[in-house]
Design a protein around this ligand. Structure first.
Ligand SMILES: [Mg+2]
Length: 247
């Protein structure tokens, strides 16, 4: 197996669902490996604090899953941001177009029968994991629903279509971390499994870092790990590999 290289001074960015935990039928139903918090705590120590979660979820959910560990993190693909573990969460203002879209979806016939709306505040996700046959219908309905809302765009994930602000993505979130300590002057490493992680891979590659796609599917990332189990093993290897302080 050809493992991704471990840079001498990594800044590590991790997607959550599908990367650190397996998918479940509902976002709340994921189970967190009991060893995960311990592993991330060791990784934070090894990276001298340069460890952040970059997720589409709200950070309060991530904090609940990883309790008692609190990490620097970007939530809702970058709308929420906590630059340091002990800082408060900053949130970009809401787009009024999200309200209009929510009204449209809630009064449409799209929802129900296994098709669920998740309101993320600054994003609206339609999950069809329980109704996979409706994929084409869901995508067409979402495209029509945002056609006159120019601040929004659609991001398709695994059994989910999400309408989000067009000026926010995981790549911009990672770039913002890389501008400030303890991330600055380190080599970025980003692991993710989904379409929304591709923006992150591009930014990390441009910064000379290590972009790692988890699982199958096309990706711009030059490195790959098969699944969550391999992710945890590789991160564990990183905690046992000597990394140097910034000179
Ligand atoms: Mg993911």
């Amino acid at each position: 197996m050809n493992l991704p290289p471990i840079p001498p001074s990594p800044a590590v960015f991790l997607d959550f669902d599908g990367t650190l935990v397996d998918f479940a039928d509902a976002p709340d139903a994921v189970t967190v490996d009991p060893d995960l918090v311990d592993l991330l705590t060791r990784l934070r120590s090894r990276t001298h604090g340069a460890l952040a979660v970059v997720t589409g979820r709200r950070l309060e959910e991530i904090d609940r899953f990883l309790s008692p560990l609190v990490l620097p993190a970007a939530g809702l693909h970058g709308i929420e941001r906590r630059a340091r573990a002990n800082a408060s969460i900053l949130e970009l203002p809401q787009s009024s177009q999200i309200h209009r879209l929510r009204d449209r979806l809630e009064t449409s016939s799209l929802l129900g029968g296994g098709i669920n709306l998740e309101d993320k505040g600054n994003g609206l996700a339609i999950h069809y994991r329980l109704a996979p046959q409706a994929e084409a219908e869901v995508k067409a309905a979402m495209r029509a629903a945002i056609s006159d809302l120019d601040e929004l765009h659609l991001v398709e994930g695994k059994m989910v279509v999400e309408a989000k602000r067009a000026d926010v993505n995981k790549g911009l979130a990672i770039a913002a971390f890389m501008d400030v300590p303890p991330f600055a002057d380190r080599i970025p490493v980003f692991l993710g499994d989904d379409v929304t992680d591709e923006d992150g891979f591009r930014v990390v590659a441009k910064l000379g870092g290590v972009a790692v796609k988890v699982g199958d599917g096309p990706s711009v990332a030059p490195y790959r790990l098969d699944d969550r189990r391999q992710v945890l093993e590789w991160l564990d290897l990183m905690t046992r590999t000597e990394t140097s302080r910034i000179p």
